[in-house]
Each structure stands twice: as C-alpha cells, then as structure tokens.
Design a binder for this molecule. Structure first.
Ligand code: FAD
Ligand code: NAI
Length: 468
C-alpha cells in the first residue's frame, strides 16, 4: 500500500471520527483522519461538551462558595469572580484534552492529516491544508463532519452581542442581562453559567415548556427549580426581530400563536435553537451522496450511504446529537469494517443536562409510553428522603423509573438531582442487559449513597419501597 493509500480515511476528527480512527487502527486497518479545525476533538472538545462543563464547574464553585458553604459552617470572606481566570481554566482543559487525542493517534498509529477533506471520486479524498493539496485513497471513507449552529432568521449572530454557544463560551465579562433563545440543553446549561455569575437571564422558548423532549414531569420540575434560582422564562413565545445598537440588542417577541408584541433589551443574546448537519465543502455532489430533507446524510443500519465505500456517523446523520452516540457509532462502524459485528443500541442512549440539579434520562418518557399504548408501572423516589443527599444539602429532585407492567423490564429512567448523570449509568446498563426494575431493586447498593435513590425508585416500581 502506498503512503497515501489507506484502508480507512475519516473526514472529521470529532468524537465520532477520532474514536472510529483509533478503533479501526486497533483492529489492524491502515487509517487516516482528516481534520480542518487545527485541533482534534471536534465540536465537543473545542466548543461544546468540554468547555461548557469547565465553565459550569467554575461557576458552580463560585455559587457554592458565595451561597452554599455557610450552611455547612464554612465561613469565607467576600467571594469574587475572576472571569479571565475562569476562561483560562477552560482553555487549559480544552488544550490538554485535544493534545491527549494527538497522543492517542500516535500511540495507535493513526495518520493525522490537517486540512479540509473533499471527496472527489470513488475512494478518493483531496486534502487541502496550509501547505497545499494532497490526494489520499481509501477502501472506506467515513464522513464524520458533525454539525453547526442553526441560525434564526432576523437574529444575525456576530459572536459578540448576538452569540451562538461558541460566543457564549468566550464572553470576557459578565453581562448584566442575557436573553437565551431556546429552552433546550445549550440554553439552560450556558444560561446557568452566566446566571450564577450574576447575569439576569431570560429564556425565550417557542414551545410551552422547556426541555421539550424530556419527560413532562422532569420539564416542569426543572422550570420550577431554575426559576427559583433566578432564571426567567417566556414560554410559547417567538422572537421576530433583533436590532443591535450601542453594544446591546433589542428583541421583538410575540406569543408563538400570534398576538401583541413586546420588546426586550439585553447585553447579550444567545441563539440556541438546535444544530444542523455540517457538510459544506465536502464534495457530496461529486459522488452523488444523498441527504434527507433536513440535510442529514442518509445511511442504512450499517452506516452505509447510497455510494459504495462511503459511510457516515455522528451528528451529520442525525438522531441524538450527542458525543457518546457519535463515539458508539464510530466504534461500531470500525468493527464492521474489520469484519466484526459492531452495533449501537439506540434504545439505551443516555442524555444529560449539566445544570444543577442535573437532568438525566434514558429510554421512554411517560408521554411516549402513553402515546404508544404501552402499560407501565412508575417507581419514584425523592432525594429529600435520601440520607446522603440530606447530608450534602442536595435534596431537590427525584428518580423516576418506568417499567413494563407485564414483564417489569425497564423502559425508561429519569433523574433530576445531584450527579444525576452519573447515577443514570446503572439504569442505562439495566436497559442494555434487558433487566427488570426488580433486578435493580434486589441489587445491594452501598449506604449512604445517592444511588440508593435509584434502588428505592426500583423498589417503588415493585410496590415495596422501604423509605417512603
Ligand atoms: P463534531 O464534533 O462536530 O466534529 C466534526 C469535525 O469535523 C469538526 O472538528 C470539523 O472541523 C470537522 N470537519 C467538518 N468538515 C470537514 C472537512 N470537510 N474536512 C475536515 N474536517 C472537517 N454532547 C454530549 O454528549 N454531551 C455534552 O455535554 C455536550 N455538550 C455540548 C455543548 C455545546 C455548547 C455544543 C455545541 C454541543 C454539545 N454536545 C454535547 C454535542 C456534541 O458536541 C456533538 O454531539 C458531537 O461533537 C458530535 O460529534 P461528531 O464527531 O459527529 O461531530
Ligand atoms: P435543543 O434541541 O436541545 O433545544 C432547542 C430549543 O429551542 C428547543 O426547546 C426548541 O423548542 C427551541 N426553539 C426552536 N426554535 C425556536 C425559536 N425560533 N424560538 C424559540 N425557541 C426555539 O438544541 P440546543 O440547545 O441548541 O442544542 C443543540 C444540540 O447540542 C442538542 O441536540 C443537544 O443534544 C446537544 N447538546 C448536548 C448537551 C448535553 O448533552 N449536555 C449540551 C449542549 C448541547
């Protein structure tokens, strides 16, 4: 095989692409990964999951030191926030993580090609980098080019006054006021960061609830808890216009169903109404790769596009636009290409919102089960009845488990509470193993532990709760 020919060439070095590259190389395939950003890790590591969690951790620490430690008898003087310090923490975390992937590429002998990849023909990709062009050939091409911000007509993003998530991660001073358009995951996470630092945050959501894809009880509970923290909500409301003047913006909003409009002024406006597939400059038209009406690349069960030898994974094929979903697809596809039997269980993909309390969910919501006519039992347990949560002053929220009424198989789990994202893992595993809620209920959990709330919810689903 010549230097420029590979078994697998992957376009995009995000969680889908870089994980596929490492797994393919581990399985003995000669692999290259093309990335144009200048750093590996994609949206997630550079402008998504990791920097947002770094800011959430820093702002959580500030809020806890300002308001929560006194209740434990910890006395501190005046607490101050150094935004530059917070941003350098974030930048260091991002840099360390992206360099970590470069190390993993070297360790696994993945060729890292820096530049923009364009599919020019069957099995051929042109890479345009700062030093010019080169052509590589591959038996299999994997498209893992991810997604980009969905724009809102009339509200033009300048990444200073009107920002996307990328701009909201980089603000170098604390705005007095912020309007977040979209009460989804990005809006609530990044709105929370700045609300904790003192910004008055108003969330404008088109639908009549925040986190619209979550279980209804979870959405309602989170709205109540976030409102108690000081976030304001304008639900069932649409933004029709944004005018920028003198370093702030004036938004015109009106009821989604139509009616009288009003104006809201804000120092910063965050547009967070979803993300769209990113395929610019990829050359899909050169080989005739099909997309659906929303622009997602169409693939079959084995991640095959309509063109032989071209595959796609991650955000660019749609479904849950989550890093771990892209990673699972990367591993599964690499294994399929190596002749193994990789697969992804889409019924057991967790989703976590890293507000505080956190929101974590897997499987069906009550609304979905009702719509599908599936009979189910509900087991619920509040953190206010959990000894560990009480000792931590973290009593808000609950664990809710949904189990099939006939078989007791776990169909869904929804947690609002401290470390909900980590607590959910055992319910994801339960679903992966086809466990019943009684299986979890009969598993010994260490005491005192937050995970006992998960066990108790499963006990409740079997009408044998001990602590409620
Ligand atoms: P991406 O990560 O988007 O990577 C695609 C890469 O391809 C990019 O680096 C891009 O530069 C490159 N590329 C594109 N075209 C070309 C080309 N022609 N040539 C070369 N390179 C190209 N998900 C979670 O699971 N948990 C979270 O906490 C979370 N937080 C998020 C916070 C924010 C603010 C945002 C915006 C997203 C968040 N996500 C989170 C979503 C997560 O980032 C994505 O689901 C994930 O990054 C998708 O991975 P991917 O590999 O499909 O694509
Ligand atoms: P989202 O889909 O989570 O939320 C968008 C929200 O905007 C929805 O509530 C929607 O009803 C609302 N909306 C749509 N159009 C609107 C309009 N014109 N006016 C007002 N509201 C409108 O999308 P978001 O928050 O932008 O996140 C994008 C993606 O990134 C998501 O798919 C998410 O999975 C991923 N992500 C994941 C995170 C995590 O796992 N913790 C964190 C951040 C992002």
């Amino acid at each position: 095989m010549s230097e420029n020919s590979f078994d697998v060439v992957i376009i995009g070095g995000g969680p889908g692409g870089y994980v596929a590259a490492i797994r393919a190389a581990q399985l003995g395939l000669k692999t290259a990964c093309i990335e144009k950003r200048g750093a590996l890790g994609g949206t997630c590591l550079n402008v998504g999951c990791i920097p947002s969690k770094a800011l959430l951790a820093a702002s959580h620490a500030y809020e806890a030191a300002s308001h929560d430690y006194a209740a434990f008898g910890v006395k501190i003087g005046k607490v101050e926030m150094d935004v530059a310090g917070m941003q350098s923490h974030k930048d260091k975390v991002v840099a360390d993580n992206t360099k970590g992937i470069e190390f993993l590429f070297k360790k696994n002998k993945v060729t890292y090609l820096i530049g923009a990849g364009e599919i020019t023909g069957a099995g051929t990709v042109k890479v345009t980098g700062k030093d010019g062009e080169q052509v590589v050939t591959a038996k299999a091409i994997i498209i893992a080019t991810g997604s980009d911000v969905t724009p809102l007509p009339g509200v033009e993003i300048d990444e200073e006054v009107i920002v996307s998530s990328t701009g909201a991660l980089k603000l170098n001073k604390i705005p007095k006021t912020m309007v977040v358009i979209g009460g989804g995951v990005i809006g609530l996470e990044l709105g929370t960061v700045w609300r904790r630092l003192g910004t008055k945050v108003t969330v404008v959501e088109f639908l009549d609830k925040i986190l619209p894809t979550n279980d209804g009880e979870v959405s309602k509970t989170m709205q109540k808890l976030l409102a108690k923290q000081g976030m304001e909500f304008k639900l069932g409301t649409k933004v029709t216009k944004a005018v920028k003047k003198g370093g702030h913006a004036t938004l015109t909003v009106e009821p989604a169903a139509g009616g009288a409009s009003e104006e809201i002024k804000a120092d910063v406006v965050l547009v967070a109404i979803g993300r769209k597939p990113y395929t610019d400059g990829l050359g899909l038209e050169n080989v005739g790769i099909e997309k659906d009406v929303r622009g997602f690349i169409k693939v079959d069960h084995y991640f095959r596009t309509n063109v032989a030898g071209v595959f796609a994974i991650g955000d660019v094929i749609g479904g849950a636009m989550l890093a771990h979903k892209a990673e699972e697809e990367g591993v599964a596809l690499a294994e399929l290409l190596a002749g193994e039997h990789g697969h992804v269980n889409y019924d057991a993909i967790p989703g976590v919102v890293y507000t505080w309390p956190e929101v974590a969910a897997v499987g069906k919501t009550e609304e979905q089960l009702k719509a599908e006519g599936i009979a189910y039992n509900v087991g619920k347990f509040p953190f206010s009845a959990n000894g560990r949560a009480r000792s931590m002053n973290e009593t808000e929220g609950f664990v809710k488990v949904l189990a099939d009424a006939a078989t007791d198989r776990v169909l869904g789990a929804h947690i609002v509470g401290p470390n909900a994202g980590d607590l959910l893992a055992e319910m994801v595993m339960a679903m992966e193993f086809g466990a019943s809620s009684e299986d979890v209920a009969r598993t010994c959990h260490s005491h005192p532990g937050l995970a006992e709330a998960v066990k108790e919810a499963c006990l409740a689903a079997n009408k044998r709760a001990i602590h409620t």
